[in-house]
Design a protein around this ligand. Structure first.
Ligand code: AOF
Ligand code: ZN
Length: 358
């Protein structure tokens, strides 16, 4: 199963919104065939593993980190192939939360006389497919907040200078992180200050196009910004309030930008509403890349699942220097956001702190 999980991770950056799935067909201690799911529309992990070995699958055990599917999507149901191949036993880490599967795969296999064992390395499997599970169960993307900060938690000086807090090695690492997501989101403050392009480089052959989203209540995004100028090649969605000017909306629309109006909550645009829209459009893994106020809103509203922080060995200082997290902030330390399962690694001349929120 460890090998199936390792194979599954090879789908990162390309398979979403489909899950990361690996499969290994084995007899005794010998691996006969193996595979992983790379792209939506391409064969599933189990189908690939079985196709490598033909009749040798008879009597073998199939290990996979996700329940084999029993529905016809872009590809035929894996359970048919498993039964036809004569597999004797299926070991799976977890159930597939997709409502079209959701236990149906296991039932089908058992009905056809196959021994089914569920739960091996379940925790690891759930963690690997946390985004797929959240998207399927709650209709929301898995949200990662990302930032590059000085040791004193600043993302810019008092004058707004931010280029660059981290070294080029670290920035390369951050680009790889972006490539593992299906969408990126920033606030209009960041879009105006940095004029970023927010694309995925190098461009992977992915299951869905990379989406760039901006929270911009009054549509201040300039039609000549790099985001808007590239909108026809790589999709851009701007979320605005109902009061945004019709003329600005028209300009963005004619440049190929998607403009979505969302409601307000506590005076600010309702970020959760934006997340539901993104998920409905197929986004399951969202990277939030600033700025300060957007990070504050995500944290205050409990909308973030993971935090990735690149720490640079610098101290910016200055009470007016922008902090990584703005907003109001809690009154008490006991209400401060707490990370779990935190890992810390050396990257370039700094550190990468990665943990789950809540
Ligand atoms: C598996 N093994 O490798 C994958 C599974 O459109 P389709 O046919 O690719 O179906 C996508 C759904 O199939 C996906 O939402 C999930 O429920 C399941 N994915 N299942 O047994 C795989 N990728
Ligand atoms: Zn399948």
């Amino acid at each position: 199963m460890r090998r199936a999980l390792a194979l599954a991770t090879l789908g990162r950056g390309t398979a979403a919104p489909n899950p990361f799935v690996g499969a290994v067909v084995a007899w005794g201690g010998t691996v006969l065939g193996q595979g992983f799911h790379r792209l939506a529309g391409e064969p599933h992990a189990e189908a690939i593993a079985l196709s490598q070995i033909g009749s040798r699958a008879r009597g073998a055990t199939l290990y996979t980190n996700l329940e084999p599917c029993c529905h016809t999507g872009r590809t035929p149901p894996c359970v048919h192939e498993i039964v036809l191949a004569g597999v004797r036993r299926v070991v799976a880490s977890m159930r597939d939360p997709n409502p079209r599967v959701d236990g149906g795969g296991f039932r089908y296999l058992r009905r056809h006389g196959i021994e089914v064992e569920i739960g091996l390395l379940r925790r690891e499997a759930k963690e690997l497919n946390a985004a797929f599970v959240k998207h399927a169960r709650r209709g929301l993307p898995y949200v990662t907040l990302k930032g590059a900060v000085s040791l004193d938690g600043r993302i810019a000086t008092r004058c707004g200078d931010s280029k660059w807090i981290t070294s080029s090695t670290v920035r390369r690492h951050a680009r790889l992180l972006r490539a593992e997501h299906d969408a990126v989101l920033v606030g209009i403050g960041t879009a105006l200050a940095d004029d970023p392009r927010l694309n995925r480089r190098p461009k992977p052959r992915a299951s869905s196009p990379f989406l760039r989203a901006v929270i911009d209540s009054s549509l201040r995004l300039s039609p000549t910004s790099r985001l808007v100028r590239t909108a026809r090649r790589e999709p851009v969605t701007v979320f605005c309030g109902a009061e945004a000017s019709a003329a600005r909306r028209k300009k963005l629309l004619s440049a190929g930008v998607t403009v979505e109006t969302i409601g307000r909550r506590g005076g600010r645009l309702d970020l959760e509403a934006a997340l539901f829209r993104l998920a409905a459009g197929g986004v399951s893994q969202l990277l939030v890349e600033g700025g300060s106020e957007i990070h504050g809103s995500f944290l205050e509203n409990g909308l973030a699942d993971r935090l990735v922080l690149y720490l640079a060995p610098r101290i910016v200082g200055g009470r007016a220097a922008l902090p990584f997290v703005g907003g109001e902030g809690p009154q008490w330390i006991r209400d401060a956001a707490m990370l779990r399962s935190v890992s810390c690694a050396r990257v370039g001349d700094g550190w990468l702190v990665d943990g789950r929120l809540r």
